[in-house]
Design a protein. Structure first.
Length: 218
């Protein structure tokens, strides 16, 4: 493969972004960044501080909202305000319900954009062969020049079944509407992205499709 590969994986809730990205990471020694955790962490802290979306100003600042990352034994750890995000309960029903409200705020997206882009440098510095970053605006906004862009989609019923199987309560239909209609970096397919219907292709097939594209980047 090329010296360093940047891979953008976008799609709505329950389309299989995390499953695919984790597999790509483990099989190709790519650093894996799940950007949804950033927005969930912001939502967690805003709820903790009792700050509603309408109370968020035009800018966000404060050490309690400062994101950092560390690589420990080749594993990626995300911290916010010095708190390990993996120890925070970021997938409660309340966060699932409200994360799209906070994520739609221009101040929130502006606050996080440079941190997300900076993770490419973190991956290079720590000797990874590439980075796979998943989210909803990676190929269109965060990494518009990514070497490979993937857009995953599936029908509503398939995605709901996956969420229930994972034990999560998720308002997918409402989140879809909010993510698609927001003015700041809405969920949309990049023009040069490869689209994969994960209701038709299983995990193994989806990975094989993406891996073939990665091999072409040699």
């Amino acid at each position: 493969m090329a010296n360093f590969i940047t891979l953008a994986v976008d799609g709505g809730a329950g389309t299989g972004k995390s499953t695919l990205s984790k597999l790509i990471s483990s099989e190709n020694k790519f650093m894996y960044v799940e950007t949804g955790s950033l927005y969930r962490a912001i939502t967690y802290l805003m709820l903790e501080m009792k700050i509603s979306p309408i109370d968020v100003g035009s800018e966000i600042s404060g050490k309690e909202l400062e994101f950092t990352s560390k690589i420990i034994k080749n594993k990626y750890f995300l911290y916010v305000g010095g708190r390990d995000c993996s120890l925070l309960d970021l997938r409660t029903a309340q966060i699932n319900k409200q994360v799209s409200d906070y994520a739609a705020l221009p101040a929130v997206r502006s606050f996080l954009i440079e941190f997300q882009r900076s993770q490419v440098g973190v991956a290079k510095l720590n000797g990874f062969k590439g980075i796979v970053m998943e989210g909803r605006d990676i190929g269109t906004k965060i990494l518009p020049d990514a070497d490979l862009k993937i857009f995953l989609f599936a029908d509503f019923e398939t995605r709901m079944k996956r969420r229930k199987k994972d034990g999560e309560l998720d308002e997918i239909r409402n989140r879809d509407l909010k993510d698609l209609q927001r003015k700041a970096s809405p969920l949309q397919r990049a023009e040069d992205a490869l689209s994969i219907n994960t209701a038709i292709h299983n995990q193994t097939e989806t990975y094989s499709i993406v891996n073939r594209e990665l091999l072409r980047l040699k």
